[in-house]
Design a protein around this ligand. Structure first.
Ligand code: SF4
Ligand code: SF4
Length: 227
């Protein structure tokens, strides 16, 4: 995904959850992105807020949101129902942008003018750029109303950050019994040259295959983003 597409997905949501760490505690608040360019995604806060101190202290942030609705309804059996939509998240490194830099960007890109005007109105306001990050669009249709599988996950990264591998993987102990494929309600397991393979774009990491496999042939993969 290009950064313009990533921004458009976030912008369609509007209000997003921004997560930081404060003295070891996770902290979240609602904010929004207001611009993007080839360097990254941009947001604002005030230098007087704890959010600012956390951003400066850690140099990292995680952002997520959900579209088109965040409310949960229930079916006749009381089970949760989610209308088809998507969630998106991005995690990475941030840097503060000097006001002069923002002004310069505003001369060629109109969307940065909003930030310039806001800072002129509220002098304690400042801008950050998420310049190196990875994330994912988690497109869901759990009832398979619009397509024959529940998920379509699309990973992305920018600023030179690789996408860390995370999810489930079938290893060489697989005896090809097929039980995992029969029990995967996400239809994420397929056969290739007799071997069973998990499609990470369709896998929810629900763990059904992991618990059911008689050969212990399903691994949980959690790659460190800094590897
Ligand atoms: S259940 Fe285990 S052994 Fe059977 S096909 Fe799946 S991964 Fe292979
Ligand atoms: S973790 Fe769940 S969704 Fe993923 S392959 Fe296994 S059973 Fe299917």
């Amino acid at each position: 995904m290009k950064i313009a597409e990533i921004y458009a997905k976030f912008d369609q949501i509007g209000c997003l959850t921004f997560a930081t760490i404060d003295h070891g505690y996770p902290q979240t608040r609602i904010a929004h992105l207001f611009a993007y360019d080839h360097e990254g995604l941009y947001f604002r806060t005030m230098i007087t807020k704890p959010f600012y101190a956390q951003l400066k202290q850690n140099g990292r942030v995680s952002i997520c949101g959900m579209f088109p609705q965040t409310s949960v309804s229930h079916d006749n059996e009381g089970m949760p129902y989610f209308a088809p939509g998507y969630t998106i998240r991005a995690t990475g490194e941030i840097r503060e942008i000097p006001f002069e830099t923002l002004q310069k960007k505003a001369t060629t890109e109109e969307m940065f003018m909003l930030g310039v005007k806001d800072i002129q109105k509220y002098p304690a306001m400042t801008t950050f750029c998420l310049y190196r990050a990875w994330g994912e669009v988690y497109d869901f249709d759990f009832e398979m109303e619009q397509r024959p599988h529940k998920l379509l996950r699309t990973g992305f990264s920018f600023g030179g950050q690789p996408i860390p591998e995370r999810g489930m993987r079938i290893n060489e102990d697989c005896t090809a019994c097929g039980e995992c494929q029969e029990n995967c309600s996400f239809k994420a397991i397929y056969q290739k040259d007799e071997a069973y393979v998990i499609d990470p774009a369709k896998c929810d990491v629900c763990g059904d295959c992991y618990t059911i496999c008689p050969a212990g042939a399903v691994d949980i993969v959690i790659e460190n983003p800094e590897d």
